[in-house]
Design a protein around this ligand. Structure first.
Ligand SMILES: Cc1cc2nc3c(=O)[nH]c(=O)nc-3n(C[C@H](O)[C@H](O)[C@H](O)COP(=O)(O)OP(=O)(O)OC[C@H]3O[C@@H](n4cnc5c(N)ncnc54)[C@H](O)[C@@H]3O)c2cc1C
Length: 398
C-alpha cells in the first residue's frame, strides 16, 4: 500500500478492478446513475474465462431488468426450458416455470456475456482500460483508500484517485489482499472440474448428474454448442485427470451415465478440454474505508452449484445501491443482504462439494439449494433494478 500524494492525477468517482460479470455489471449500474467510473482489467476485451457458465433465474432476471437479455439471446444462447437431475439411475425432470418474467434460462459463453456487460457499461459512460493491472492502492492521511496504482502494458505507472476502489478482481483479489479484508467464513470443500464444448449433442436443457464421488453437467450454450463437464473432489484431480484430461473426462462420464458418455464420444469436440483444480469457498468482509469487494473477490463458492455469475450480478446490483447512497448504512445493508442471501447457498454448496453424501442426501441438498434460490430471486425482484437518485460525491465507505 503506498501513501497517496496530492498531484494532478485524474479523479474518478469509482475505480473498479476487473471487467468481468461483477466488475462490468457494477460499472454499468454506477455509470447509469451518472457516476464517473474507470474499470481496469488485465485481460483482453471479449475474452473467455476458465468457467462453465450456466445462469440461474436470478441472473436472467437481472439481465432482463437491465435491458440486456435481448443481447444475450442475440449472442445465439440456447433457451433452457427444462432441467434434469440424475442420481445414479434415477432421473428427476424439472420444467422451468415462468416466474418474475423469466421463462427460460441461458448459459452464454463468457466471451459473450462479459462483453455484453462491458458494452452496456461503456454505453453508459464508464471508461475501460484493458491490458492494465492495478498493483497497489493509495491511502489518504486518515488511512482510507484514496485510489489505485495502475501499470499499463508498457510498464508505465499512473496513480489515479477515486471516491471508492472496488475489487471485482476474482477470488485471488489484489484489492482484498491490499486492504487486508477479513475472511468471515472459510469453506473446506472443493470440486475439480474438466469441461469442453461439443457440437451435435441433443438439446435436453440443463442436465446435472451425481454418483458417489463424482458429478457431471450438460449445459446448452451458444450456436448449438453444448458444454459438458465432469467433476470429482479436488483431492482426486491428480489421480483422475493428471496426464490424461480426455481419458479421465471420459471415465467420469461413463461411470455416471454410459449413455451420456456415448453421446459425447459421438459428438464433435470444438476446443481442447479445460481443467480446474478447485479452491475452497470463502466470504470476506465486503467493504471498508474507501473500498469494497464484489463478485468472487468478496464471496467465492465452489462451482458445483453453478451460482457464481448469478451471485456476481446480484451483488453488483446490491453494491451499486450502496455506492450511490454514499452512506455507511448503505454499505452495511450491502453486507447484510449479501451475507443473508449467500449463507444458505454457501452452506449447501459446501455440503454438495464435500462429495460426502448418499444419493438421497444430495437430492435433499438440491431441495435446500432450490429453496435458497427462491428466496434470493424473491428478494431481488422486490429490490428491482431501479436505484436511488445519485449524489455526485461519494464519501469513503465506513
Ligand atoms: C470451473 C468453474 C465453473 C464455474 N461454473 C459456473 C457456472 O456454471 N455458473 C455460474 O454462475 N458460475 C460458475 N462459476 C463461477 C464463476 O465463474 C465466477 O463466480 C465468476 O467468474 C465471478 O465473476 P467475477 O467478475 O467476480 O470474477 P472473475 O470472473 O474472476 O473476473 C475477475 C477479473 O479481474 C481481473 N483482475 C484480477 N486482478 C486484477 C488486477 N490486479 N488488475 C486488473 N485486473 C485484474 C482478471 O483478469 C479477471 O478478468 C464457475 C467457476 C469455475 C472456476
Amino acid at each position: 500500500m503506498t501513501t497517496h500524494k496530492p498531484g494532478p492525477w485524474r479523479h474518478y468517482d469509482a475505480i473498479i478492478v476487473g471487467a468481468r460479470c461483477a466488475g462490468a455489471a457494477t460499472a454499468m449500474l454506477l455509470a447509469r446513475q451518472g457516476l464517473d467510473v474507470l474499470v481496469v482489467e488485465r485481460g483482453e476485451y471479449g475474452s473467455d474465462a476458465l468457467s462453465t457458465h450456466a445462469l440461474m433465474r436470478g441472473a436472467v432476471m437481472q439481465l432482463q431488468d437491465w435491458g440486456l437479455l435481448d443481447a444475450v439471446k442475440a449472442s445465439g444462447a440456447t433457451p433452457v426450458t427444462r432441467t434434469s437431475f440424475h442420481y445414479g439411475d434415477e432421473r428427476v425432470n424439472v420444467r422451468i416455470k415462468s416466474e418474475y418474467g423469466v421463462d427460460a434460462l441461458y448459459a452464454p459463453r463468457r466471451k459473450f456475456l462479459d462483453r455484453i456487460l462491458v458494452d452496456a457499461a461503456r454505453q453508459a459512460g464508464a471508461r475501460f482500460h484493458f491490458g492494465c493491472i492495478i498493483d497497489d492502492l493509495t491511502r489518504s492521511a486518515d488511512g482510507a483508500v484514496s485510489g489505485a496504482r495502475l501499470r499499463d502494458e508498457f510498464g508505465r505507472i499512473e496513480e489515479i484517485s477515486a471516491g471508492i476502489v472496488i475489487g471485482a478482481d476474482g477470488a485471488r483479489s489484489t484489492v482484498a489482499r491490499s486492504v487486508g479484508a477479513e475472511t468471515l467464513v472459510e469453506g473446506q470443500s472443493a470440486t475439480a472440474v474438466v469441461y469442453g464444448y461439443f457440437q451435435g449433442l441433443p438439446d435436453e436443457g440443463y442436465r446435472w448428474g451425481f454418483a458417489p464421488g463424482m458429478a457431471s453437467g450438460v449445459i446448452p450454450t451458444n450456436h448449438g454448442a453444448t458444454l459438458v463437464f465432469a467433476g470429482v473432489p479436488s483431492a482426486k484431480y491428480r489421480e483422475t485427470f493428471a496426464g490424461d484430461l480426455a481419458g479421465g473426462f471420459g471415465r467420469v462420464l461413463a461411470a455416471q451415465s454410459p449413455q451420456l458418455a456415448d453421446q459425447v464420444r459421438q459428438a464433435q469436440p470444438m476446443e481442447r478440454l479445460r481443467g480446474y483444480t478447485g479452491l475452497p469457498g470463502f466470504m470476506r468482509l465486503p467493504y471498508g474505508p474507501g473500498w469494497a469487494l464484489v463478485g468472487d473477490a468478496g464471496y467465492f463458492r465452489d462451482p458445483i452449484t453453478a451460482h457464481g455469475i448469478t451471485d456476481a450480478l446480484r451483488d453488483a446490483a446490491l453494491l451499486s445501491r450502496a455506492v450511490v447512497s454514499g452512506r455507511e448504512s448503505g454499505f452495511a445493508e450491502y453486507r447484510y443482504l449479501r451475507d443473508a442471501l449467500s449463507r444458505p447457498l454457501f452452506d449447501v454448496t459446501e455440503a454438495i462439494a464435500s462429495f460426502d453424501w448418499t444419493l438421497d442426501e444430495v437430492k435433499r441438498h438440491h431441495i435446500a439449494l432450490n429453496a435458497a434460490m427462491k428466496v434470493e430471486t424473491a428478494v431481488m425482484s422486490r429490490l428491482g433494478a431501479r436505484l436511488p437518485v445519485v449524489p455526485r460525491r461519494i464519501e469513503a465507505a465506513a
